[in-house]
Design a protein around this ligand. Structure first.
Ligand SMILES: [Zn+2]
Length: 315
């Protein structure tokens, strides 16, 4: 019986995994709660305990795996901070949960955990080396090498969101310019589309219609919807974001030659044309010998990837 926690920033989720008669794990029970505006550490922790007791129903877990949405030092069981929730600075979360549940606890950041979940149970099954990238409000990444998370010397490996693609590009939260995140994430797509609509009053008719002419309502989802309906301005914005991502993934392939790249997060639901543009850009940006090795697929586990990964952390 394994308990899995996903501290997601905007929502908290807890799942209980048990083995079926064939010995394979299945998700027996799941409890999820969206956070109110401005949650803090005390809220997150109390909520997670409540959800855990709801799925456990009086039983004791054999181990606990934790996915945390923010930088952690996995080897110390320490949360460094949360970018979305106040009060998480330097929390020894594993120690705390071990005292609470009297069992072994392992934690890692959400991108690493989702990478492990997709590799063991999702789109990367059977692959020894996988690079996982999630593209939604931000861009995160995780390496699986020989079936295990590769964390790097400072436990910061895989941060593809902050690989610089254009030193003169838009400013990034990390203090530099032109990071992958600022070219490819959902808010970047929305921001670019809005700027293009303001600059070109005669273009983007379908997108404007979807927004009922209120440009402040623009989101990546709407831009993609308009692109798929034939809006050329929206298509250009989506293609540019996909190309930036594809070039970055080409660099990843040149550097590490993973067996497969798995693309998760909201933008990964953008459809086949988006994926084809990502793949074409990656192929154009690798050495000729690696063109056939470009294998970029959508994630298979959706929002549940961190839970399956948390299970994999302790089994
Ligand atoms: Zn950055």
């Amino acid at each position: 019986m394994i308990l899995a926690f996903d501290f997601g920033g905007t929502k908290n989720t807890c799942a209980l995994f048990t083995r079926n008669e064939q010995g394979a794990f299945h998700m027996e029970n799941i409890a999820r709660r969206a956070s109110p505006p401005n949650p803090d550490y005390a809220y997150d922790y109390a909520t997670m305990l409540e959800l855990a007791h709801a799925v456990l129903r009086g039983r004791a877990p054999q181990a606990i795996g934790v996915s945390f949405g923010g930088p952690v030092r996995a080897s110390e069981g320490l949360v460094v901070l949360s970018h979305h929730v106040a009060g998480w600075e330097n929390v020894l979360l594993c120690e705390q949960l071990e005292r609470e549940f009297q069992t072994h606890v392992v934690m890692d950041n959400d991108a690493n955990v989702a990478a492990l979940g997709e590799t063991k149970f999702g789109a990367g099954r059977g692959c020894a080396s996988v690079f996982y990238i999630t593209v939604s409000t931000g861009v995160g990444g995780g390496w699986i090498l020989n079936g295990e998370i590769y964390r790097g010397a400072n436990e910061l490996a895989g941060e593809i969101g902050h690989v610089v693609m254009d030193p003169n590009g838009p400013p990034c939260v990390c203090g530099r310019r032109g990071c992958v995140e600022q070219l490819a994430c959902g808010p970047a797509i929305a921001r670019t589309a809005r700027a293009q609509l303001e600059k070109n009053p005669a273009r983007g008719e379908i997108l404007r219609g979807l927004l009922e002419n209120d440009l402040a309502q623009v989101t990546a989802r709407r831009v993609n919807q308009a692109a798929r309906a034939g809006d050329e301005l929206a298509r250009e914005v989506m293609d540019n974001a996909a190309r930036a991502l594809g070039f970055a993934l080409g660099n990843v392939i040149c550097l590490m030659n993973p067996q497969r790249i798995i693309l998760g997060g909201g933008v990964s639901n953008a459809g086949e044309q988006y994926f084809e543009t990502v793949r074409a850009a990656a192929r154009a940006n690798v050495m000729p010998e690696l063109r056939e090795a470009v294998d970029i697929v959508p994630a298979a586990l959706g929002d549940d990837a961190p839970l399956w990964g948390a299970l994999a952390l302790v089994t």
